[in-house]
Design a protein around this ligand. Sequence first.
Ligand SMILES: [Zn+2]
Length: 400
Amino acid sequence: MVAIGVPDAGDDGRTAAGRVLTLLHRRGPLTRAAVTAELGLAASAVGTALADLTALDLVRIGDPHGAPAGRGRPSPVVEVHPDGPVAVAVQLSADRVTVSLAGLDRRIIHVRQHVLDGSATDPATLIPALADAIADAVLQTERRCVGVCVATPGFIRESDGFVRSALHLGWNDVPLAQRLAGMSPHGLPVAVGRAATLAALAEFRYGAGRGTASMLALTSERVGVGGGFIDAGIPLTGGGHALEAGHIIVEPGGLPCPCGARGCLEMYADSRALLRAAGRRPHPGREDTVTEIFDDAAAGDRAAQNAIRRTAGHLVTGLTSLVNTLAPERVVLMGFLAHLYRAAEDFVRDGLTASSSVARAGQIDVVTGDLHHATLVGAAERAFAPLLRQPRTALRTGPS
Ligand SMILES: [Zn+2]
């Protein structure tokens, strides 16, 4: 069991002010007494940290409330400052870019989507356009901006934001963070994170994964399938490419995948696969063809129901391997896979129970994601990480 408010093993190097700010960011407003109790710090250390954080306009100390009258001095409520800094959270997908701002209160605001046509995914075109969209986002607010994180699908070296490979964008060896930082007029620090890991982290901390010790997340943004595994608050990264769940082979010798293998899960369990299974083509310029399949199935259309079962069957095959390997306490399905699961919940649950002895032994919970913008929330977590670790240092060394 991992409490989201308590700084975990990934929080090394966090100052007392960083621990207080992290707690308020993750948990929302708390009384000063609750902050002291949660962190196990001396009241004087919390007092010093709060004085620091209010001087930096990161935290606001409100009026005491909720304390019964006549029983000593009530503890004031403290919270992240509503006009405190923002981060730019960006989600890069195969067919669109989503740019937003996020506050320390975890609200995602100013969401803008830019649909990409085929040629627009060339790094020479896309990176300058991305830099412009980030600069526009920063101009949407008077609040100070402390950093950017671009959630990117594919094989990412997160230490320097280097994209080794993003199959659906056709990218190989792109120094994305370095190029974006060079184009940023504000001198903002730029991080690049693996999209599926960031989405999983967000659901683990704030959504469908809360209260679990370990969580496997599978996500699909129309094209491709990504995976993330969080154990005791820490994402499994391996050498940086762990959990390429979309490339688990579910049909040996099957359809060729852009990764070079044949029969990968994402060729059989994303929205393109459902369209193919249903024998339907997407309407040009419209995204509702997949929704129509779910609607038709719900209305009793046998062909649509069969297409959903076929696609969900491949999801079960992929999940069986993942669950048998990782034994998560909970599986969270997101994006298209959440829709697929809702349309075939019993089929997926029964299929997993029948095919996975680990699922049978562990009574693994399968649920859909809770957060509307999980990937953006996860990107904001990454962008805010230096500030949450050492607030004063991050503001001193950050952009002016
Ligand atoms: Zn593949």
